[in-house]
Structures are given as structure tokens and as C-alpha cells.
Ligand binder design. Structure first.
Ligand SMILES: Cc1cc2nc3c(=O)[nH]c(=O)nc-3n(C[C@H](O)[C@H](O)[C@H](O)COP(=O)(O)O)c2cc1C
Length: 242
């Protein structure tokens, strides 16, 4: 399949063939490809929980309001955001960037570029991601909105905004995964109809982790797998050429 065929093949599948197993290693490889998705500041504040255990799948189905997209699935992947790991990931990116710059930048520019990265990943991002009951976000918002009165400024700085930022990036990884799966001829369905507290409990996640979406996986069960034709609002309604 070429890319267009893959994108046409991918449908939200709500009913999967029973007793037909996916290759777990291939699914895992699709998750490796999902990590190639872009993420804000390359922070990659996501985790993927790959479930092949039947009992756990049924428990997840219960937490997902007994949707057949989950209860009939052969495997599940749960995309989780980890805003709380910002320090660890910022340090990892910074460490990588030091080497990256040393290997790939002109010698005369290296010192300045490393200093810029140290400021960004060592100071700015930890300031942007830090949380304290919404108050730090309010302070950042006030600060950045004030500066933006005088010059262009990034103002999505509240604690709610950073939450959106990590979910946005995680969803890109989820979509990359679904495309990789479709490329293997594997079906998926993204699901956000779930009881978040119950799903987190089943995965034993810390309080600060959040469920981005569940993706069920399997082979579509003939006509039962897909709910008829695909609908999209007219392209002219969404395409704005300036
Ligand atoms: C974030 C997100 C959450 C979704 N949640 C559910 C869900 O809980 N249950 C479900 O059956 N489908 C769910 N869907 C699937 C959509 O209904 C489906 O993608 C849409 O109808 C378009 O159909 P298509 O994917 O076959 O093109 C979800 C899709 C997205 C992107």
C-alpha cells in the first residue's frame, strides 16, 4: 500500500475477529515507529502500555464502558502522558544536544549553541512545566501576557496549557502508531470513552500521569468491524487558502 492507500485502509474498527492474533513484535515495532512522531520541544512526555493479556483486556473493556472496540480487541495500547517527567526528559534532551552540537555544528558556533540549549532545557522548560495547584501557571500567564503587549511572546503558559501541549504531542504519537499498524494490514480504533480513574488504577499509574487514549488492535471482523461508510465534512469547509 502507498501512503494514501494506508490512510484509506485505516478505519475506526469496533469489532475484531476472535481468535486471530496479531504479531506482538510487529505491534511493538509500530510503537517504536510511533516514537518518531514530533513532540513539543522534543520532550516526548509519553508512555505506551501494550496489553496482550486477555484478562486485563476485559478489565479495560469494563473501564471503557464495555465498548466492543475494546472487548473484542486482540491487543490494546494505552497512550499515557507524563507531564511529571519533564525534568528527566529535559536533562536527557540537553545531554543529547551537547553531543549533537559538538558532532554537527561549526566549531565557532558550538559554545553559543550549547549555552542556548542549556538555557532552554535547563531553565526555561523547567519553569514552563513546573506546577503548583495552578498558581505557577497563573504567574507565568500574567508574565507572558504582559510581555506580549509589547512584543510577540509565547503565551500558552498556564498549567492547563502545558497539559494540552503534552496531550497534543502524545496524540501525534498515537496517530503515527495507527498509520504504522495500517501499513502492516492491522486494524485499530482510538478510544477516549473511558473511566480515566479506573484505567489508571488498572495500570497502577501515578496521580500525575494522564490517559491520552486507548487504541484497540486486531483484524476487522468483516462488515461488523466497520460502521458503514466514512463521513468527512466537505473539504471546502475546512480548507482555507490564504
Ligand atoms: C480522540 C479520539 C477518541 C475516540 N473515541 C472513540 C470511542 O471512545 N469509541 C469509539 O467507538 N470510537 C472512538 N473514536 C473513533 C472515531 O469515532 C472515528 O475515528 C471517527 O468516527 C472517524 O471514523 P474513521 O476513523 O473510520 O475515519 C475516537 C477517535 C478519536 C480521534
Amino acid at each position: 500500500m502507498n501512503l494514501e492507500e494506508v490512510l484509506n485502509f485505516r478505519r475506526a474498527v469496533r469489532n475484531y475477529l476472535p481468535d486471530t492474533n496479531l504479531d506482538t513484535q510487529k505491534v511493538k515495532h509500530c510503537l517504536e515507529m510511533a516514537t518518531l512522531a514530533p513532540s513539543s520541544s522534543n520532550m516526548q512526555l509519553w508512555e505506551f502500555y501494550h496489553i496482550t493479556d486477555k484478562d486485563l483486556t476485559q478489565k479495560m473493556a469494563h473501564a471503557c464502558l464495555s465498548q466492543s472496540a475494546i472487548s473484542t480487541a486482540n491487543q490494546l495500547v494505552i497512550f499515557v502522558t507524563r507531564r511529571d517527567l519533564f525534568r528527566k526528559h529535559a536533562n536527557q534532551v540537553l545531554e543529547f544536544e551537547r553531543g549533537n552540537i559538538t558532532r554537527n555544528s561549526p566549531v565557532e558556533r558550538q559554545q553559543k549553541r550549547i549555552k542556548d540549549r542549556e538555557l532552554y532545557y535547563g531553565k526555561l522548560l523547567p519553569f514552563l512545566y513546573a506546577r503548583f495547584f495552578g498558581l505557577l501557571g497563573l504567574f507565568r500567564k500574567f508574565l507572558t501576557e504582559t510581555v506580549s503587549l509589547f512584543r510577540p511572546m509565547f503565551t500558552n503558559t498556564s498549567e492547563c496549557d502545558t497539559r494540552v501541549v503534552v496531550h497534543k504531542s502524545c496524540a501525534l504519537a498515537a496517530q503515527t502508531f495507527m498509520i504504522a499498524m495500517a501499513n502492516e494490514g492491522y486494524d485499530t480504533c482510538p478510544v477516549e470513552g473511558f473511566d480515566s480513574r479506573r484505567v489508571k488504577k488498572l495500570l497502577r499509574l501515578p496521580h500525575s500521569a494522564e490517559i491520552n487514549m486507548l487504541i484497540s488492535c486486531g483484524f476487522r471482523n468483516g462488515n461488523k468491524g466497520i460502521w458503514g461508510e466514512r463521513f468527512r465534512v466537505p473539504f471546502e469547509d475546512v480548507y482555507k487558502h490564504l
